[in-house]
Write a protein that binds this ligand. Sequence first.
Ligand SMILES: [Fe+2]
Length: 259
Amino acid sequence: MIDIHCHILPYIDDGSTSIEQSLKQLKTAEEGGVSKIYLTSHYFRGHYQYTRQEYDEKLNALRLQASRAGLKIIIESGFEVFIQPGILEDIQEKSLTLGDSPYVLIESELNGLPIDFYANVYPLLRAGYKPILAHAERYVSIMHKPSKARELIDKNIYIQTNAGSLLGFHGEKVRKTAWILLENGWTHFLASDDHARGEYGALFAGCELIGERIDKQTTELLTQEYPARIESGEKIPYSYVMVKRPHHHKKSMLRSIFG
Ligand SMILES: [Fe+2]
């Protein structure tokens, strides 16, 4: 399993506040079957703003402690980039991507995607980046109309859902929206978005539930197959749910002709 979204890197955003806390989360992740984790710290001009060197120093310090603690989980660099005018410049300058890939985890105003959202995302697409909208189910505009996620996908924006949302961590509306996204194939990644405030286990509970309510193949796609393609470079399809059209109507028509 690969987790593409968490705030386990300490001392950089509103996530982990100590190395001990980070190691505890990494250990739970590894024991539950996570083989690789992207430490996607918030990057938000004016709020969580730092140099790439500052980030790398913190990342390397944690990697060192993790290997000293005997952990085998692969720790990748990553960011959750708040979309603002001119953000492409920071993305390019500081390589605010998932590992060395062209994928960029993005976020925006939860109260509703601002009207200039697309205008600020298009420059990323034109520059060859592949944006993934983090926890789409938490946006008020998507809660009101979940098919909005499909409009985003049509504009080449991938969608990520939080495991905790499926469990109701953000309330009933978010929970329902998360399931609608999943059931319609409007999400490509399931991740923890763990902020090291409690147990890491929500990701595993979420996977279990998807297996029960949808199928195991969907769990596999969203937590292993597609996240693995971020590094391998193999294309991730924007649309992956094949709808089988019922044929009975045609058959009954033939039957009425031929008896
Ligand atoms: Fe996050």
